[in-house]
Ligand binder design. Structure first.
Ligand SMILES: Cc1cc2nc3c(=O)[nH]c(=O)nc-3n(C[C@H](O)[C@H](O)[C@H](O)COP(=O)(O)OP(=O)(O)OC[C@H]3O[C@@H](n4cnc5c(N)ncnc54)[C@H](O)[C@@H]3O)c2cc1C
Length: 200
């Protein structure tokens, strides 16, 4: 499947999505969670998440696509003719969410149902209520302010002799290795500095 666009209030991210057994995940969800972490926290993790499944198509292009289907395959069931690159199961669910029953063929699809399908394709709304529990979450935000750290040594500028590394710091890496890299790099620097001869 191609990229989708996710939106929450004024936040928006585009990328690959993963539909899991208990919700949505994947790079676009993790990025939205990371960049929007403070705003999502302020909303107490309760908000509607909107998904545009076909962001490369404008609403007009989508209407044309549906009209072409009605003209070229009038007697084909709507539920059996997904728009590429949407997977068949996702299409079936979107058609069902739009209130279109499985026996509807393109030629009998009403104007209201067409509008409903376009709404589903462009702005499916999923309610988000709460976040995953400690140790299950992928995104962690916040920590010791970087202004308070000497990056040459990872020593606190406020409390000499105290060193910080990794997740404790206010660093948000893009998922895929950057948080590990930040933890290893800052850990190595802190270790080297603590063990430096002048510290012994
Ligand atoms: C589900 C999940 C998936 C992730 N995927 C990725 C990914 O794909 N790529 C990526 O880059 N990052 C990923 N991360 C983030 C990455 O795991 C962390 O950024 C990294 O592990 C931070 O390392 P750390 O050593 O700073 O902290 P941690 O790995 O959290 O280590 C802290 C350690 O301190 C111990 N500890 C806590 N309190 C005390 C105490 N009072 N006394 C003694 N010990 C204590 C804890 O038990 C723990 O072992 C993921 C995180 C999660 C949760």
């Amino acid at each position: 499947m191609g990229d989708v666009v996710l939106s929450v209030a004024k936040l928006s991210e585009r990328g690959a999505i993963l539909i899991t057994h208990n919700g949505v995940s994947g790079p676009v969800v993790l990025r939205l969670s990371a960049w929007g972490a403070r705003k999502l926290h302020a909303m107490d993790y309760r908000f509607p998440l909107r998904i545009n499944w076909l962001p490369t198509m404008t609403e007009a292009a989508l209407r044309t696509e549906l009209r072409v289907r009605r003209d070229k395959q009038p007697n084909k069931h709507v539920v059996n003719s997904p728009i590429a690159p949407l997977p068949v199961r996702l299409w079936k669910n979107l058609v069902s969410n739009a209130g279109i029953s499985p026996d509807i063929v393109w030629t009998t699809l009403s104007r209201e149902a067409t509008n409903g399908l376009i709404r589903q394709l462009r702005e499916t709304e999923l309610p988000v209520h709460g976040k995953s529990l400690n140790k299950e979450e992928f995104v962690t935000c916040g920590g010791v302010s970087l202004r308070e750290i000497n990056f040459k040594t990872m020593e606190s500028r406020i409390r000499p002799g105290l060193y910080f590394a990794g997740e404790l710091l206010d660093i948000d890496g893009i998922t895929g290795g950057f948080n590990f890299q930040a933890a290893w790099t800052t850990g190595w620097i802190a270790g080297q500095s603590m063990g430096a001869p002048e510290k012994r």
